[in-house]
Design a protein around this ligand. Structure first.
Ligand code: THU
Length: 137
């Protein structure tokens, strides 16, 4: 990994941990933050936003993706996901699929506030994935 990439990932991890602090998770108490780096260098953050009806709850990763796409950014460089678990938790299956929509290869940096970190690839987290190409019959 280059020094630039390493520095970018450190910043992404910090932003995800900060976003986790804004999580609205009164039901599960499981707070998640995400920080998505896009090709022009912008970082879009997200946190989980829960709901009393439970199923409308939104994951942190998908909040970050929605903010990026709404801003016109669709080329993703890396995402950091912050939880308090040890080892740091990986994105849920639905979030993996949502990230996959914008590319098969994406570094997924899973972190916790204690400094633990797992650098993973989306393609390892979601092998043999379904994508828009599968719709081309
Ligand atoms: N959650 C996320 O925000 N991202 C994930 O990848 C896994 C789960 C949230 C959803 C819910 O608010 C809480 O964590 C417990 O599942």
């Amino acid at each position: 990994m280059s020094d630039t990439t390493s520095t970018q990932y450190d910043e992404l991890a910090r932003r995800a941990i900060a976003a986790r602090g804004r999580a609205y998770a009164p039901y599960s108490k499981f707070r998640v933050g995400a920080a998505l780096l896009v090709s022009d260098g912008q970082i879009f953050t997200g946190c989980n936003v829960e709901n009393a009806a439970y199923s409308p709850s939104m994951c942190a990763e998908r909040v970050a993706v929605a903010k990026a796409v709404e801003s016109g950014a669709r080329t993703f460089v890396a995402i950091a996901v912050a939880t308090a678990t040890d080892p740091p938790a990986t994105p849920c299956g639905v979030c993996r699929q949502v990230l996959r929509e914008f590319g098969a290869e994406l570094p997924v940096i899973c972190v916790n506030p204690s400094g633990a970190r797992r650098d993973l690839w989306l393609s390892d987290l979601l092998p043999h994935s379904f994508s828009r190409r599968d719709l081309e019959v």
